[in-house]
Design a protein around this ligand. Structure first.
Ligand code: A3P
Length: 334
């Protein structure tokens, strides 16, 4: 297993940022926290659309009214289970409690099992997660960062990044997919059909919304609306912790082609990349030549502007090997 860097904590073989987690907070989450039947958990591997789901759950519970979402930070509306701030804060929340977690299934509260609490598990194309995590690690001073993108892909593939292996995380949670209190969603389907995804969430939660409320949820949870909302775009976090001049927290939202001004070590946006026709071109900063170019805006697949053909093929091999027995087809599967 990876040696934890100076900013990390190793807990049960999983790397976590030490700034916001401790062995005590993780033990509390697993063993001390008492799940209630009306609790609703949004569970994600990092960079899978956690903040988006926090916004959606807030807006659904507010019947599409954006006032709460615009006046209270997302991390207070849908707080984290495993952070050092959780004990005390979560116990005093009114029901139904909306709670976020990145925990792998095996480290989830033992009191969840046997309860009627609900889990919404959101999955995203791991290659896009890898790119999103790369930029996040670059802008967040509390995370380890590997500038060379090829090496970062290797760390990600080996699960030597925060919250461990994407494969283990997803496979662990998919083990619950036949349970009535478990909803599996993908970032890609939310991107493709946000309204339909909100309707699915509402059915799962037993919280029907009328057309006006539904409009309010969809409008206020759009990428553009969230990017403007300082209660969820992380601009409230001091620059020495998250430097959004390096990379915005809400970066592209699955849109694959906008150059990022001021980001360290980047060749330029995918729109300015040459196509596959020049596979032997050198590196620029931390990024290799991209796999594809000119992605239409609004289509998930930012990885195509970052992975080389060789990196992509190696990842695909690992993916097939790891996911062969999973029995779920995701939007990015061929
Ligand atoms: P990118 O870095 O690819 O832009 P998390 O909240 O789990 O950390 O995930 C962050 C990712 O979700 C970022 O991806 C962010 O832009 C994206 N995201 C957040 N809100 C979104 C929205 N309303 N629509 C689309 N993507 C969104």
């Amino acid at each position: 297993m990876a040696d934890p860097g100076p900013r990390s904590l190793l807990y049960e073989g999983i790397l976590l940022p030490a700034l916001v987690h401790s062995a005590e907070s993780l033990r509390y989450a697993q063993l001390g926290f008492q799940v209630r039947d009306r609790d609703v958990f949004s569970v994600t591997y990092p960079k899978s659309g956690t903040t988006w789901m926090q916004e959606l759950l807030t807006l659904i519970h507010s019947d599409g009214d954006p006032r709460l979402a615009r006046s209270v930070p997302s991390w207070e509306r849908v707080p984290w289970l495993e952070q050092t701030t959780a004990a005390g804060f979560l116990e005093n929340r009114p029901c139904p409690r909306l709670i976020s977690s990145h925990l792998p299934c095996g480290l989830f509260p033992t009191s969840f099992h046997g309860s009627d609490a609900k889990v919404i598990y959101t999955v995203r194309n791991p290659k896009d997660i890898c790119v999103s995590l790369y930029y996040y690690s670059k802008m967040a001073s509390f995370l380890e960062f590997q500038e060379d993108f090829g090496e970062f892909v290797e760390l990600f593939s080996a699960g030597k990044v925060l919250f461990g292996s994407w494969f283990q995380h997803v496979k662990g949670w998919l083990g619950l997919r036949d349970r009535l209190n478990f909803l599996l969603l993908t970032y890609e389907e939310m991107h493709q059909d946000l309204r339909g995804s909100v309707e699915r969430i509402c059915r799962f939660l037993g919280k029907p919304l009328d057309v006006r409320a539904l409009d309010g949820v969809v409008e206020n949870a759009s990428f553009q609306a969230m990017k403007q909302n300082k209660m969820c775009n992380y601009s409230l976090v001091p620059e020495n912790i998250m430097d959004q001049r390096i990379s915005p927290f809400l970066r592209k939202g699955g849109r694959g082609a906008v150059p990022l001004p001021g980001s360290r070590g980047r060749c330029g946006g995918a729109a300015s990349y040459p196509s596959l026709a020049s596979p032997s071109r050198g590196r620029c900063g931390g990024l290799p030549e991209p796999h594809h170019s000119l992605l239409p805006a609004g289509v998930p697949g930012d990885w195509k502007g970052h992975f080389t053909v060789v990196q992509s093929q190696a990842f695909d091999r690992l993916y097939r090997e790891q996911m062969q027995d999973v029995g779920v087809r995701f939007p990015w599967d061929e």
